[in-house]
Design a protein around this ligand. Structure first.
Ligand code: NDP
Length: 298
C-alpha cells in the first residue's frame, strides 16, 4: 500500500477538521437551548456490519457532545411495530435526528420506513421531501455520503463549475443525490449504471470520477482519464491470503499512478460520511427549533 502521498485524499483528516466546525455548532445549540442535539439510531437485527457502523456513529456523536440514543430491535419485529417506534421519536420533543440503519430485514419495506421519518428529523436525507428539495436546488438535508464526497472534492477544487463528472452507480443513497449536488455546483454530470453501454469510453472523459457500484476493484486504469480526480465510495469485503480485507471499487495500486488525486479505502469517503451525519443532526436540530420559534409568533 502506498502511504502519505500528496496524491491521496485523506478522508480521516478532512473528517476530523470538519468535526471541529460541527462541534462549534453543537456548542452554539447547547448555549441557546440548554441541551445538546440528540440523535436516535434504530438498529433492527444483528447484522455485524450494521452493528459496526452504528457503533462508529455513536462514538463520533459522543466525541462532539451530541447525545445519542441507540434503539436495538429484534430482527423479527413487524413493520407496523417499527413504524410505531419511529413515530414515537417523530413526536419526541428532545429527539432532533432519527436514523434507521440499513439494510433492513427483507419483510420490512425500506421505503415505508424512510417515508415515516418526519423530514425535519431525517438526518439521512432520504425522505422524498428532502430528496425533492435537493433535486430542485433548494436547501435541504442532504444524504451523508454524497455530502461527504462534495466536501472532499471542494477541498481539492474550490470552484467545480464546468467540470466533467461521471458518477458510476445510481442508487438513491449515493449516485442520484450526488448528481443533484454536482448539478448545483454547475458540473456537467453523467450518471452511469449497470445498463450503461461503453462505460469505459464515458469514464475516460471524466475530470472527476465517482464510483459507487459495490464491485471490488472493478475500475482499472482502462477506465481513467490521466490526471483526473477519483472518489471511491465502494466498500467491499474480500478475502486475500486468507485474511479479510476492505477494498474500494477502484483498483487503487494500478490507478494511483495515473491520477491527480484519489480517495483510499478505507480512510477516504467513509469517515466523511459519519462526519456529515453529525452535521445533519446539528442542522436538523436548528431547523426544528427555528420552525418552533416562527410558529410561536402566530
Ligand atoms: P447499490 O447496490 O444500491 O447500487 C449500486 C449501483 O451500481 C447501481 O446503480 C448499479 O446499477 C450500479 N452498478 C453495479 N454494477 C455495475 C457495473 N458493473 N457497471 C456500472 N454500474 C454498476 O449500492 P449503494 O449505492 O448502496 O453502494 C455502493 C457502494 O458504496 C457499496 O460498496 C457500498 O458499500 C458503498 N457505500 C459506501 C458508503 C461510505 O460511507 N463510504 C456509504 C454508502 C455506500 P443498476 O442501478 O443498473 O443496478
Amino acid at each position: 500500500m502506498i502511504n502519505n502521498s500528496d496524491k491521496i485524499i485523506n478522508g480521516k483528516l478532512s473528517a476530523d477538521n470538519f468535526l471541529i466546525k460541527v462541534l462549534k455548532k453543537v456548542e452554539d445549540f447547547e448555549n441557546l437551548y440548554e441541551r445538546p442535539p440528540c440523535l436516535a439510531v434504530i438498529i433492527v437485527g444483528n447484522d455485524p456490519a450494521s452493528k459496526i457502523y452504528v457503533k462508529k456513529k455513536i462514538k463520533t456523536a459522543k466525541k462532539i457532545n451530541i447525545k445519542s440514543i441507540e434503539i436495538q430491535l429484534p430482527k423479527d419485529i413487524t413493520e407496523a411495530d417499527l413504524l410505531k417506534q419511529i413515530d414515537k421519536l417523530n413526536y419526541s420533543e428532545n429527539v432532533d435526528g432519527i436514523l434507521v440503519q440499513l439494510p433492513l430485514p427483507k419483510h420490512i419495506f425500506t421505503e415505508n420506513v424512510i417515508n415515516t421519518i418526519t423530514p425535519l428529523k431525517d438526518v439521512d436525507g432520504f425522505h422524498p421531501i428532502n430528496f425533492g428539495n435537493l433535486c430542485l436546488g433548494n436547501d435541504s438535508i442532504v444524504p451523508c455520503t454524497p455530502l461527504g464526497c462534495l466536501y472532499l472534492l471542494k477541498n481539492e477544487v474550490k470552484n467545480l463549475s464546468g467540470f466533467n463528472v461521471t458518477i458510476v452507480g445510481r442508487s438513491n443513497i449515493v449516485g442520484k443525490p450526488m448528481q443533484a449536488l454536482l448539478i448545483k455546483e454547475n458540473c456537467t454530470v453523467t450518471l452511469a449504471h449497470s445498463k450503461t453501454k461503453s462505460l469505459r469510453e464515458i469514464t475516460k472523459k471524466a475530470d472527476i470520477l465517482i464510483s459507487a457500484i459495490g464491485k471490488p476493484e472493478y475500475i482499472t486504469s482502462e477506465y481513467i482519464k490521466p490526471n483526473s480526480i477519483i472518489i471511491d465510495v465502494g466498500i467491499n469485503r474480500i478475502v486475500e491470503k486468507e485474511k479479510n480485507k476492505l477494498v474500494g471499487d477502484v483498483k487503487f495500486e494500478e490507478v494511483y499512478q495515473l491520477v491527480k488525486k484519489i480517495t483510499p479505502v478505507p480512510g477516504g469517503v467513509g469517515p466523511m460520511t459519519i462526519a456529515c451525519l453529525m452535521y445533519n443532526t446539528v442542522k436538523a436540530s436548528f431547523i426544528r427549533k427555528q420552525k418552533e420559534f416562527r410558529e410561536s409568533l402566530f
